[in-house]
Design a protein. Sequence first.
Length: 358
Amino acid sequence: MRVQKTENLNVSGFDPMPSPLEIHRAVPISDQGSATVLAGREALQAILDRRDPRIFVVVGPCSIHDPVAGLDYARRLKVLADAVSDRMVLVMRVYFQKPRTTTGWKGYINDPNLNDTFSIAEGMEKARKFLLEVTELGLPTATEALDSIAPQYLWDLICWTAIGARTSESQTHREMSSGLSTPVGFKNGTDGSVDTAINAILSAAQPHSFLGINARGLTSVVRTRGNRYGHLVLRGGGNRPNYDTVSVAMAEQALSKAGLPASIVIDCSHANSFKQPELQPLVMHDCVNQISGGNRSIVGLMVESFIEAGQQAIPADLDQLRYGCSVTDACVDWATTERMIRDAHAALPDPVLSRRMI
């Protein structure tokens, strides 16, 4: 009797992928890059531990699609980061993978040529090269973790990790986060509830064992120690924002009830600004006012920002792409970004001093 095939019925092929070790050898971390990553992680951990009274701001493009424009932005951000470093730690948002509700461009790793050729090996190496260039400028980096494979390729160059609203409930992402070397911000659910994110923080703090890969690309049982630097990111949801004082107070209560530190990052974009980038400055201003008024749970902010304002579709002729303009979510422009950061910096001296005294 002929045995019928039962697996891979909807798979059209398996393309070999270089191992993490091979990608690391092709783009090795430098002494400067390593120093930036370690210093960035230590600064973020100190803020979360309340050993550092500053706030951190994860700011940058919704996604990286053009490394030239991305590095242009990074150089500008480094100058600004140095200017406000007494009260703020600026971390560049360097997102290479984009979750999709249905379909769409999945990011620079999956499709670095923006033409549906899905040259993932090329994208992974280029993403690593870009991260190295940013860290060699002295800028800490932040990104979103979408799968359990990419960390072995890139996370030695990452300082802060986000777990998105759609994946905070995922056991795979909670297990992975328990082994990451960075602080991890878990976003509240798309319905606005913080329960999923709080459960994720609790889970990621514990040791786990799960299937993954090692540096040589071999399937392995990954055993983790647990990550005590998980924290909550409020991004709005359920057709309403949740950065207001009442929402923040309720989040503080939920964290306390779970036995967790009241460490909250406010995402000024997404549902908190109704996906209208021009509202992001208002959200940041409100959050800075809360800190000025004595709030001690807001430890960080997130801003979607690029060189040019708005968003553009990916054209068939890539020469028609507007330089420094997002191809995913709309962003505020550089002038607005600089004004937001400098205004926040000017408003922070008193609350920073009060946090230090406490």
